[in-house]
Write a protein that binds this ligand. Structure first.
Ligand SMILES: [Zn+2]
Ligand SMILES: [Zn+2]
Length: 212
């Protein structure tokens, strides 16, 4: 499995990831953050077939490129059931608060915990990791964890926004993500990559030292 990180929304530092299976050339976007032509040219230049567009959650800075990409490649748009309404409401996805009205096409697939998406013969596991938002998910494939705004390098997602819940976020990370192997590479929705092992040790919110 190959992936590429794109930064099409530098104001928010949101990470967009393109993930693809080399054999079948089937691809999946994670969080198309802005309406940016690079989202189209990258898929074309690599000769990929975009099968899915998955949103880790419904906040405006993770979904603003959905319409552009959906129009061009018509991938199946997938988001967890509990964040699906945020796609089509600029109030619910919070974009009105920074003076935009981000509206995405509606979801084609409503995801649940433990759902599996396939690219060629490779399986991508959906983990429901609520806390930053009710429908936040992480995606696990071949030793890679795309953690959205749930787990960051030495930080965690904020929980002061509507639908946020700090205790739920801690449970999602400690019970689900920290049960993965230490060497799992974590590719978050903002900022730099890390590993499960490094966050278990050093994360000031959920790591070992946080409980002392
Ligand atoms: Zn968010
Ligand atoms: Zn975010």
């Amino acid at each position: 499995m190959k992936y590429k990180k794109l930064n099409v929304l530098p104001e928010f530092g949101t990470n967009t990831y393109l993930l693809w299976d080399e054999l079948s050339k089937e691809a999946l976007y994670i969080d198309c953050a802005a309406c940016h032509p690079l989202l189209l040219s990258t898929v074309r230049d690599l000769g990929l077939t975009l099968k899915y567009l998955v949103n880790t959650h419904g906040h405006g800075d993770h979904i603003a490129g959905n319409e552009l990409v959906k129009k061009e490649f018509n991938p199946l748009l997938a988001i967890h059931r509990e964040d699906a309404d945020m796609l089509v409401s600029a109030e619910a996805n919070l974009s009105v608060f920074w003076g935009e009205r981000v509206i995405s096409p509606a979801a084609d697939i409503l995801l649940e915990d433990n759902d599996v998406l396939k690219l060629g013969s490779q399986e991508i596991l959906v983990l429901h990791t609520p806390g930053h938002s009710p429908g936040s998910i992480s995606l696990l494939v071949a030793g890679l964890l795309f953690s959205g705004d749930t787990l960051f390098n030495e930080s965690v997602g904020r929980t002061d926004l509507p639908g946020g819940d700090f205790d739920q976020l801690l449970r999602s990370i400690r019970h689900k993500l920290f049960s993965l192997p230490d060497e799992t590479l974590v590719l978050p929705g903002h900022d730099r990559k890390t590993t499960i092992g490094d966050e278990k040790m050093g994360n000031p919110f959920v790591g070992i030292l946080a409980t002392i």
